[in-house]
Design a protein around this ligand. Structure first.
Ligand code: PGA
Length: 236
């Protein structure tokens, strides 16, 4: 793992942009993208750069069940807002959380990933070490799957909705095995509330209790951290 400790999210954006640029120079054409607050500074740097994605493909990690693409909390909406409206791809794949048969949608999504192997996958990490919607305990062998959101997550997400009843109870997420197939991974974390998860994922045992810890076994990972997120690491 290559560790980059930065002093601001602007700097993180520039580091992330460099990783994308280098990957493109080396022939990358398929990009695995993520939502959440973490990737925003990287997406800002990319969308303000001269990079051109119009011949490339993007594949997103996950999507809620049942939210329309124009719902402000849907990941479709997020990606359009922060990336695709500014830098379009030849094709952008996202799980269809509106599919009548979500199980078939997971199979379909795995086929998409198999047909378009991901060259560079960007990830955030949850406070509990999750990647995508793969919460602690998810099998390292998992492919795209339907996730039942935990009560804690539903409660936490309810601040974005008018009432808790409107919070999606399920999501479709790329699995951990799907993520590990990417040729290269860029993961970032900022803030002291991520410090424990960062320590466990980089220095702890590889365990399904900390989904991100599997990245220790990946041959090409760049980790971008701010000082707070790196605070508990013994080696920097
Ligand atoms: P965040 O979420 O980027 O909004 O902190 C990351 C995650 O939970 O995967």
């Amino acid at each position: 793992m290559k560790l980059e400790i930065i002093n601001s999210q602007i700097e993180a954006g520039q580091k992330g942009l460099q990783v994308f640029k280098k990957a493109i120079q080396q022939g990358a054409q398929v990009f695995g993208l993520a939502t959440g607050s973490t990737p925003i500074s990287i997406y800002d740097a990319i969308t303000q750069s001269d990079l051109d994605f119009t011949k490339f493909i993007s594949i997103n990690l996950d999507e809620y069940k049942g939210l329309s693409n124009d719902h402000p909390e849907s990941y479709h909406y997020f990606m359009n807002k922060y990336f695709f409206s500014k830098k379009p791809f030849a094709h952008s794949y996202m799980p269809n959380g509106l599919a009548n048969d979500l199980k078939s949608e997971t199979k379909h999504y795995d086929q998409i990933i198999n047909d378009n192997p991901i060259d560079l996958q960007i990830l955030g990490i949850g406070r509990n070490g999750h990647i995508g919607f793969n919460e602690p305990g998810t099998s390292f062998k998992s492919q795209t799957h339907i996730v039942n959101l935990t009560d804690n997550t539903i409660q936490a997400n309810s601040r974005f909705f008018d009432s808790i009843d409107q919070v999606p109870k399920q999501a479709v997420s790329m699995g951990i095995a799907s993520i590990m197939k990417s040729k290269e991974i860029l993961i970032a974390a900022y803030g002291k509330e991520k410090a424990q998860a960062v320590k466990e994922f980089i220095e702890g045992p590889v365990t399904e209790d900390v989904p991100a810890s599997i990245l220790q076994k990946h041959p090409k990972v760049t980790v971008i951290l701010d000082q707070d997120a790196a605070a508990l690491l013994s080696k920097k």
